[in-house]
Design a protein around this ligand. Structure first.
Ligand code: PMM
Length: 295
């Protein structure tokens, strides 16, 4: 249940909050609201004002069914936003599957590479990340968004995701990435049905046994909308699942997640503080019992 420190990242002694800035016209859940550069930069700064520890900038939608954008277009979208936010002193991460984008982003000031493909989409990624030395989010991934839903087949999702992540860790280590750089992510919604996402959330404790900090991205995902479906079975729209995201944040932080990736930062920043106080009191209680045992 330990939340490990990640070199170069903020270390407030609680689960971190990563705020999302999607510089895409067709993102998973905020529908291109932040596509314009100035708006994206202002939004990133607002997220920091609300308590984001990290701002995650992405230029390629991973919405189920989404087509890929070109390298040039992805660079055009993210580079100016990352540079501007980094200049303002924001801890920025880049959400990309491309090694070239990661390299340019780190040069522009990004302090973490968030690769939803865990190094599978671009074989050059692990070597580039190793050279930069920045932390690297290795997410569980079975294929591009175009047809990822067809790969949501598991006998025991927690066992299989853990095993597939362990193999990715071995692979990126062999490419020169160091143990300390690696952060893992079960990849909620990526080749996962709702029941798989819930099993992975309930399995956070087991996933932390892989020995790396965990990031959880549940914010505004389809499985929350489905949970909150109306009487006719119509899923709740993305924007209506922020309170459910908050509940996941509290529980994930309580279970030992290192970071949560969310669209609406303010309430989540409060929730991780609640979880930290809860965890601290829990430890204190265990200590009290140990003392009593000795008396
Ligand atoms: N989900 C999305 C994009 N990037 N990165 C990580 N590490 N984990 C995630 O779960 C994740 C991610 C898709 O969500 P969005 O399009 O709503 O941002």
């Amino acid at each position: 249940m330990t939340t490990r420190r990640v070199p170069g990242m903020p270390d407030p002694g609680r689960c971190l909050v990563m705020g999302v800035v999607n510089v895409t016209p067709d993102s998973f859940s905020d529908g291109g609201e932040w596509f314009d550069f100035d708006t994206a930069i202002r939004h990133g700064l607002d997220l920091v004002g609300e308590g984001a520890d990290i701002v995650d900038v992405g230029g390629e939608s991973t919405r189920p069914g989404a087509a890929r954008v070109s390298l040039e277009e992805e660079l055009r979208r993210v580079e100016p936003v990352i540079r501007a936010l980094a200049q303002e002193g924001v801890t920025v991460s880049v959400d990309t599957m491309r090694a070239e984008v990661a390299e340019v982003a780190v040069e522009a000031g990004a302090k973490l590479v968030n690769d939803v493909s865990g190094g599978l989409a671009d074989p050059a990624m692990p070597r580039v990340v190793a050279a930069t030395g920045v932390p690297y989010v290795v997410m569980h991934w079975r294929g591009h968004s175009r047809d990822m839903d067809s790969r949501a087949i598991y006998a025991d999702v927690v066992v299989e995701v853990a095993e597939e992540l362990r193999k990715r860790v071995d692979s990126v280590l062999a490419e020169g990435v160091s143990e300390e750089q690696i952060v893992l992510d079960p990849g909620l919604g990526f080749s996962k049905k709702p029941q798989h996402n819930w099993a992975l959330l309930a399995g956070i404790g087991r996933l932390t046994e892989l020995g790396h900090p965990l990031i959880i991205g549940a914010s505004r995902k389809r499985f929350l909308g489905r949970l909150l479906a109306d009487a006719e079975g119509t899923p709740r729209p993305f924007s209506g699942s922020d309170d459910a995201t908050l509940a996941v944040t509290a529980l994930a932080a309580r279970a030992g997640a290192w970071c949560v990736r969310v669209h609406q930062v303010g309430p989540n920043a409060d929730a991780v503080r609640v979880a930290a106080a809860w965890r601290a009191a829990d430890k204190g209680h265990a200590g009290q019992n140990a003392d009593e045992g000795r008396r």
